[in-house]
Design a protein around this ligand. Sequence first.
Ligand SMILES: N[C@@H](CCC(=O)N[C@@H](CS)C(=O)NCC(=O)O)C(=O)O
Length: 209
Amino acid sequence: MYTLYSMQRSGNSYKVRMALAALAIPYRLIEIDILRGESRTPEFLAKNPSGQVPLLEVAPDRHLAESNAILWYVAGGSPLAPEDRIERAEALQWMFFEQHSLEPNIGAAYFWLVLVKGGRELQQHALEDWMEQGYRALRVMENHLKQHRYFAADRFTVADIALYAYTHLAHECDFDLATFPAIRDWLDRMAAQPRHVRMEQQPADMAAE
Ligand SMILES: N[C@@H](CCC(=O)N[C@@H](CS)C(=O)NCC(=O)O)C(=O)O
């Protein structure tokens, strides 16, 4: 069984919990509080030198980091991971976009404005840039979703999971989605997927449902 090192309120960790739930894959969950430095202990760094969650133990002492790489690993062979050459490349295109254009802006805003006490004051100098770049990423997504129901392969895939994690948190960190109707519809479609889990949901909650 997989062991997932995750933080409940980390969007990158949530991606993996979403995928495992969507695929009905059981796993052991270990909560790591990054705000208390638990991802920077010598024991954790031996598993992931980047000192970050999510981290998946795929076999004894074999660990995989980077949320989007983990998504491809756990979803391999399922409809969530397109195998057709162009569809796979399109899914990857959006997952690179997520890491370059969305997560560094909306992810950073969420971390500092929502998770860190006093973060708004500490990061005042960076906020304007995150907002500008974050809105730019949202506009790119909105334009795609005006024409397509999902990001790749005309169906729900790992690309949607990767992009959902921070987009669904955007309203919590100053982003207003009022002028992004296609994104809002897609968020609703995502939340209506079979076996969808909310970010605050624990695997034990899932079993109870
Ligand atoms: N590119 C990585 C980013 C992972 C990441 O930024 N993780 C954050 C939580 S969302 C973390 O563990 N930060 C703790 C630290 O850097 O000390 C991924 O997609 O998994």
